[in-house]
Ligand binder design. Structure first.
Ligand code: ADP
Ligand code: ZN
Ligand code: MG
Length: 497
């Protein structure tokens, strides 16, 4: 067996309103070349100026990845020539990136069925701020250029080669995506290119250190990251098995053939001729700036998962699913707090609400086409869910009418508690009232009662008939009779015979 080494370079689009060095709008999907100006088009004689919001967001990510923010950070020009880059150099960071030497704890299960739990530290080499390039669209004989993306704030996060297989790399991307979404600095949309990854991988004989690195460029789905890396580890292993050597090169993932293909060899590594950007001053993150970064930080998803499991008695899996989206975790905690205000015990309330969120409400969100991160749009507010949960736990409404109340609350944008009162959905727990309904059913369904009396207790037919009669009693009370009481009384009725 060989040892394998994986390092990722992940690029995220920061959600700044404007580009990183000019005032152009930063948005996906606008009319091509609508958001351009002399600065991002690289006209001579123009001056870039740093978007401080981009620097702040970059530092928020750096801090959340346990990176050190240096006393001074600056920009360099990275020279290369490509039509999507009008200036012929990219303003990036090289010698003093805004975030240095951090780490994340990779933990949890890989993202695909059959993957094993992972727990390991992945070191972060650096985070640096740079500008994105434009977009080239090749259509038959011509290539079109859209410069809306040229100059958009891009943060690159570089890991040390601490991962070993596709599963770990996929989990890393998943965790990073969730983190930047929590921070509100990136939408994490991989299809739209807001988060893209280059994956570096090498293998070697155990104990011999890193091998010859292959870089797989521009992976736009975390699944492709996993597939490409696992493919590449296998390919390189077969080369070594055959006594051959791995060529250091850049490859691309071909999603139609499920394999990596050579793109360019990197033997004469590109010389980018980095030099300090003369048009931008060195950035010294002062006290006030650093405080604004700290103030903007939020409880990170991994911490929140742990807290939710401990404080509310949820399983790790429940907490993980709820914390997948910050909005959903917020919704959960708000609903739980409201339910406690209504006299429910915290863990009981939390358990019920977690179940609601992960089954019934998940179903409703799907049905209404509301993504989980927009759960705030749901007509069933956390307060309303708490009221309904309390009514259910305290036995004020039956499970069946609870569902009715939930649907009505959604459809009519109203408080389920009010609806329960107004529509007479309160549960009947008075045995005398239920006895009246049982008596009426006994008269109407005399045949079924008689047949049940002739069957032995525990007989399958007897159970079927009992269930039938209980159903009738529930219907006779408009679903309001407490089901347990109804059943006890129906059983007593059959026994009497
Ligand atoms: P380069 O100078 O070629 O860009 P870097 O040192 O900047 O290389 O590393 C780029 C990425 O490649 C990092 O994520 C790093 O962890 C990873 N990497 C570097 N060397 C190797 C290797 N031999 N095997 C696997 N990954 C590597
Ligand atoms: Zn511009
Ligand atoms: Mg590099």
């Amino acid at each position: 067996m060989y040892q394998s080494f994986i390092g990722l370079e992940v690029h995220i689009h920061l959600l700044t309103k404007t580009k990183v060095f000019c005032g152009c709008r930063s948005a996906f999907g606008d009319e091509p070349n609508a958001n351009v100006c002399p600065v991002c088009m690289g006209y001579p004689g123009v001056l870039p100026s740093l978007n401080i919001e981009a620097m702040r967001m970059g530092c928020m990510v750096a801090r959340s990845l346990n990176c050190r923010i240096p006393e001074k950070t600056w920009f360099e020009r990275k020279q290369y020539f490509y039509p999507d880059m009008p200036k012929n150099y990219q303003i990036s960071q090289f010698a003093s990136p805004l975030g240095q030497e951090g780490f994340v704890e990779l933990e949890g299960r890989g993202r695909h069925p059959g993957s094993r739990p992972v727990k390991k530290r992945v070191r972060i080499k650096e985070c640096h701020l740079e500008e994105d390039a434009g977009k080239m669209i090749h259509t038959g004989a011509v290539s079109l250029l859209d410069y809306n993306r040229a100059g958009v704030s891009l943060l690159e996060i570089v890991t040390e080669p601490d991962m070993e297989n596709g599963d770990e790399a996929e989990l890393f991307i998943h965790q990073l995506r969730r983190m930047v979404r929590y921070l509100g600095v990136c939408d994490g949309n991989m299809e739209e290119g807001s988060l893209r990854a280059d994956a570096n991988v090498s293998i070697n004989f155990p104990g011999r250190g890193l091998g010859k690195k292959v870089e797989i460029k521009n992976l736009n789905s975390s699944r492709f990251v996993r597939l490409a890396l696992d493919y590449e580890i296998k390919r390189q292993g077969e080369l070594l098995d055959a006594g051959k050597t791995v060529i250091q090169e850049t490859r691309l993932w071909n999603e139609n053939r499920d394999e990596t293909m050579p793109m360019r060899q990197k033997e004469n590594a590109q010389d980018y001729r980095y030099f300090p950007e003369p048009d931008l001053p060195v950035f010294v993150p002062g006290e006030a700036f650093l405080k604004s970064v700290e103030d903007a930080l939020v409880e990170l998803p991994q911490v929140r998962v742990r807290r939710l499991a401990e404080d509310y008695g949820l399983t790790g899996e429940q907490a993980d699913l709820i914390c997948e989206e910050k909005a959903q975790a917020d919704y959960f905690e708000e609903a739980a707090a409201e339910a406690v205000k209504r006299g429910l015990e915290k863990r009981t309330a939390a358990g019920r609400i977690a179940n609601f969120l992960l089954t019934g409400i998940k179903h409703i969100l799907n049905r209404e086409g509301i993504p989980a991160h927009q759960i705030g749009q749901l007509k069933l507010t956390p307060r309303r869910l708490a009221a309904l949960t309390a009514a259910l736990v305290l036995g004020q409404v039956s499970g069946r009418n609870g569902k009715e109340a939930l649907e009505a609350a959604l459809a009519e944008d109203r408080d389920p508690e009010e609806l329960i009162r107004e529509r007479g959905w309160e549960q009947i727990t008075d045995p005398a009232k239920i006895a009246e309904a049982v008596k009426a059913v006994a008269a109407a369904e005399a045949g079924a009662v008689a047949e049940a009396r002739q069957t032995a207790a525990g007989d399958k037919r007897r159970r079927t008939l009992t269930a039938f009669l209980v159903g009738k009693v529930l219907s006779a009370t408009g679903g309001r009779a407490e089901a347990k009481l109804a059943r006890t009384q129906v059983e007593a009725l059959i026994q009497q015979g």
